[in-house]
Design a protein around this ligand. Structure first.
Ligand code: TYD
Ligand code: MG
Length: 455
């Protein structure tokens, strides 16, 4: 029999290591690796022996099953992120920073589902029932028939869910749960995994949809939501800047719908309000045309979203100039700066570069490259871009521009918001019309010459 040794698990990303280290190789988190007890002497470590298992019934791929019936909550932005509504027996993880609004969102969702006739339970391990009730009253949801309880004991929760035969159970949060069959502190990797596993299994067996709340944690004391991502059907992250009122619910994994779909909310005094037209919201703070601002026509999931990319390029007093990025990938900025320097001969050495997506939005599409380049050049040359122009396109290392998907959708959204010209890569399939002048560019050199000829 092989020797059983302890394993070391990163609480931030769930990676398993052979030995302890101060920093996780997989995600770079510091002090996040903890030791997990070996599965010693338990049945799991024994060989299966000769005892025979049950024979599993097989079906074929052609087996006809109706698509899962979905329940819509009526909170359109929430339903959209789920892929069109809640699928029965699904397990959903909602992750996010503490205080971002997860409990508020799920209480509103629970109330909406309950008003549509679903039997909903809201089990809080963090707040007393009175606190939840107070919040519900403040949000005007007190009349919704939601079953409320404060409990952290997993066994009691499972028994209750079984007896209640609920359609939806919300567990806030998975890190507070305590499973008595696991010898570890609540919040540890072992506890969080065991609790999530039991709840997901329960969901599949009894047809109850389960929503687990998971706080994103910064230190290693508490396991983060990443350690249960692989067990659930949908992983949604609730994001936003604390100082901003905008909140974005993003599907990063969805077995029943498109991933990368976003729902946009605004945190108000009366809870989360849905934002039906995010582009208008993200652009609403745009002032007069000013150098360093470019409007990017992007796609989030299935929906076009316009965002403002802001750049500030200024002489640096530091030996190593600053590169500060909010809402975009820092590696992508380095690449774009390198391409501008190597292919267009525009140096950024000795200059601080600050890059930001307005409104607290995060953009991960490569199609944003050209808008980033436009914002950088506009700030560097101190030339404002035309205020009625949107930009999109991917920049390759050679300096060529690559066409991107869903051009028509991007242009349509831009037109709807009053923009009348777009800069896009040369091989873009779409054509402009009277309402929208489409300026196609083969490469970055042409783009720079065309827009910043005076510079
Ligand atoms: P909460 O849902 O408790 O966050 P989480 O569960 O993710 O930890 O939200 C907490 C924040 O939301 C808190 O700072 C106050 C703010 N908030 C409002 O601004 N308006 C409201 O109506 C509510 C309920 C909360
Ligand atoms: Mg909470």
């Amino acid at each position: 029999m092989s020797k059983i040794t302890a394993s070391f698990t990163c609480t931030a990303c769930g990676a398993v290591h052979k030995k302890w280290a101060g920093r996780c190789d997989a995600c770079g988190a510091w002090n996040a690796i903890v030791e997990e007890a070996p599965l010693s002497a338990g049945p799991a470590s024994k060989s299966l022996g000769t005892a025979r298992g049950r024979r599993i019934a097989l079906s074929t791929l052609a087996t006809e099953e109706a698509p899962p019936p979905r329940a819509a909550s009526g909170l359109a932005e929430f339903d959209r992120v789920l892929g069109g509504g809640l699928v029965p027996a699904s397990a959903i993880l909602v992750g996010g920073d503490p205080g971002i609004g997860k409990s508020t969102l799920l209480l509103q969702a629970a109330a909406s589902f309950a008003r549509k006739g679903l039997k909903c339970l809201y089990i809080s391990g963090e707040e007393a029932s009175a606190q939840v009730r107070m919040r519900a009253t403040r949000l005007g949801l007190a009349d919704a028939p939601v079953g409320l309880a404060t409990e952290t004991n997993l066994r009691d929760i499972l028994t209750t869910l079984d007896a209640e035969r609920a359609d939806l159970a919300i567990i806030d949060s998975v890190q507070t749960l305590w499973a008595d069959m696991v010898e570890a502190a609540p919040g540890s990797v072992a506890q969080v995994r065991a609790a999530a596993h039991e709840l997901v299994t329960f969901a599949k067996r009894r047809g109850t949809a389960v929503i687990l709340v998971g706080h994103v944690t910064k230190d290693g004391q508490i396991a983060g939501p990443r350690v249960v991502e692989h067990m659930v059907d949908c992983v949604l992250y609730f994001e936003g800047e604390r100082g901003h009122q905008f909140r974005i619910l993003r599907a990063v994994k969805n077995r029943f719908g498109p991933a990368d779909e976003i729902g946009v909310f605004e945190m108000t005094g009366a809870g989360l309000a849905e934002v039906a037209n995010p582009s208008a919201l993200f652009l609403s703070e745009r002032g007069q045309a000013s150098p360093g601002s470019a409007v990017f026509a992007g796609i989030e999931g299935t929906r076009p979203v316009l965002t403002e990319i802001q750049a500030l390029v200024a002489p640096s007093s530091l030996g190593t100039p600053r590169r500060t990025v909010v809402g975009l990938d820092a590696g992508r900025l380095s690449t774009i700066l390198a391409v501008l320097e190597a292919r267009c001969g525009i140096p950024f050495a000795g200059m601080d570069v600050f890059l930001n997506v307005a409104g607290g939005m995060k953009v991960s599409e490569p199609a944003a490259d050209l808008a980033v380049a436009a914002a950088l050049l506009s700030s560097r040359e101190d030339v404002a871009l035309p205020p009625d122009m949107v930009v999109f396109g991917e920049i390759s290392l050679s300096g060529a521009l690559r066409p991107v998907s869903q051009t028509e959708n991007r242009l349509k959204e831009a037109r709807k918001l009053g923009f009348s010209q777009a800069v896009a890569p040369d091989r873009t399939k779409a054509e402009g019309d009277q309402g929208m002048k489409l300026r196609k560019m083969p490469d970055l050199v042409t783009f720079v010459g065309d827009l910043f000829a005076a510079g």
